[in-house]
Structures are given as C-alpha cells and as structure tokens.
Design a protein around this ligand. Structure first.
Ligand code: BV8
Length: 229
C-alpha cells in the first residue's frame, strides 16, 4: 500500500449532528412540511422568497447557538499537524469547522454566514435576517440579497480544486454523510480512480457505502478522534 501523504476529507450533516444541528434526514420534511429539496432551489426562491428566507434565517439563528464538537476539533488538529496535503471539503453551511480551527477547508455548498447580491453579484458577510431585506453591503441596494447557499440544480463551489485534490489523494475519508447528494456522493469513486484508499466514518452505512475499502460505524465524536489521534 502506498504511503499516505495527501488526504481529502468530506464531511456532511452528520459531523455537526452532535453539536445539535439537525441533519437533513431529521429536518427533511419536518420543516413547515417542506422537503429541503423543495425549499433549497432557485425555483422555490423565485416562487416564495419569504418562505426560503424564513427557512434560512431560522437555521442560521440556530447555528449561532451551537458549538463545534470533538469531531470538528479532531479534524482541526489534523489540519494543524498534517505535513502533507490535506483538504477538508464540507457539504455543511455551518461554520463549526472554522470555529474549531480548521483552515484547509472548502464549503462546496456555500456558507450560512454569507449573503449573495443578485444586483452586484458580490458575496458579503451576512448582516441580519434576510427576510428584513437589508441593503447589500457592497452595492447598497435593498432587497437584493439571497443566502450564499448552493441550492439543488446549482453548481457547487470550487469543484476544480476539489477534483484536483481527489485525483492526488492517497486517502479519502467520508464523515457523516448519507451519500444522497451529488456531486459529493461521487467523490469516493473519483478518489478510487486516482488510487486512493477510502474510509467511511458514519453512524450507519451510507448509500454509497459499498464503494469504500473500509467503513466504521458510530458517532462522529467517537470515530473521528479515534481515527485522527
Ligand atoms: C448539481 C445546501 C449540476 C442547502 C445542499 C439524480 C441523480 C443524481 C443527481 C441528481 C439527480 N437529480 C438531481 C440531481 C442533482 C442534485 C442531487 O444530487 N439531488 C439528489 C437529491 C438526488 N444535486 C445538485 O443539484 C447539485 N448541483 O448537480 O449541479 C450543475 C451542473 C452544471 C451547471 C449547473 C449545475 C447541488 C447539490 C447541493 C444542494 N445543496 N445544501 C442547505 O444546506 O440548505 S445539499 C444538502 O443535502 C447538504 O449540503 C448535503 O449535501 C445534503 C444532505 O446530505 P448529508 O450532509 O449527507 O446529510 P444527511 O442528513 O442526508 O445525512 C446525514 C448522515 O450523517 C447520515 O448518513 C447519518 O447516518 C449520519 N449521521 C447522523 N448523525 C451522526 C451521523 N454520522 C456520524 N455521527 C453522528 N452523530
């Protein structure tokens, strides 16, 4: 087996579950009887922007009351100590990886704490509930901000960098994701094609669990420190 120098870690909602942030399996369909797929789309935003703003304003407020857990902390320790290449790709839009200290990090599905202006196309730090139609910090226009979140049907961020890292990876570790959403769900196959070993750390087997060389099942706050340390 070749030495492990370059690592790619993919995280999903399961890594933040023990911080008290609902995963999509828990929240899906529970929120005002809407499936996330029905609320997290450009069409939903065009159809009913207040519904979508309420959904994201509520989730953003909830995130700000949560703290990183032992899994986020272990990944931050790995990031600080790993001498080779390391990239943490998160599907999550919370900022718990950053607050734990991770630096080599990509939010492929956007970030709750940013807003994106449809008038000037600038992204800026979120300043308050978007349902109140605050002015864009960059261009000053009111009512032009949307959540800086990649919705279903939209292209995830920084995919070139992610595929480049997957092609070079010696080890791919998927943590706390159901493997239900693409293109993230296909990363394990990209990594395998590049010759990487693949490891899944998840509460239960994911939809793509059979693609992994090894799988360990249990809570992330137990499995991730055990793997990192
Ligand atoms: C795109 C932001 C193309 C929103 C999100 C048919 C086949 C294949 C693909 C498609 C298809 N139909 C449509 C598509 C494409 C679509 C897709 O994949 N749909 C799915 C539903 C089939 N994908 C897209 O649209 C993507 N874009 O394809 O663009 C394109 C090309 C060119 C030009 C333009 C466009 C964009 C997808 C991004 C959508 N946005 N997030 C928001 O956050 O509000 S997705 C959202 O759901 C999350 O970000 C995440 O990615 C996904 C949920 O997944 P998980 O994170 O895995 O969460 P989940 O709850 O599902 O699972 C949690 C896991 O944790 C479970 O396994 C559980 O067991 C585990 N767990 C729980 N507790 C713990 C734990 N594990 C450990 N410890 C614990 N304590």
């Amino acid at each position: 087996m070749r030495d492990i120098r370059n690592i790619v870690v993919l995280t999903g909602a399961g890594v933040s579950a023990e911080s008290g942030i609902d995963t999509f399996r828990d929240a899906g369909g529970l929120w005002e009887q809407h499936r996330v797929e029905d609320v997290a789309t450009p069409e939903a935003f065009a159809r009913d922007p207040d519904l979508v703003h309420r959904f994201y304003d509520a989730r953003r407020a909830a995130i700000q009351t949560k703290a990183p857990n032992a899994a986020h902390a272990a990944l931050a320790r790995l990031d600080a100590a790993w001498p080779g290449e390391l990239l943490i790709v998160t599907q999550n839009v919370d900022d718990l990886h950053e607050r734990a200290g991770a630096a080599r990090l990509i939010h492929m599905h956007g970030e709750h704490l940013n807003a994106w202006c449809s008038a000037c196309d600038q992204r800026s730090p979120w300043t308050g509930p978007l349902i109140d139609r605050p002015a864009c910090p960059a261009c000053g226009l009111p009512g032009t901000l949307r959540p800086d979140i990649v919705w279903f049907g939209e292209m995830p961020y920084r995919m070139d960098e992610i595929y480049h890292a997957l092609a070079r990876a010696d080890l791919f570790v998927s943590i706390g994701t159901s493997g239900a959403v693409y293109p993230a769900a296909g990363f394990v196959r990209e990594a395998r094609a590049g010759g990487a070993r693949t490891l899944e750390l998840n509460l239960e087997p994911s939809e793509g669990g059979y693609w992994f060389d090894e799988a360990r099942h249990g809570p992330a706050t137990a499995l991730v420190p055990q793997w990192v340390d």
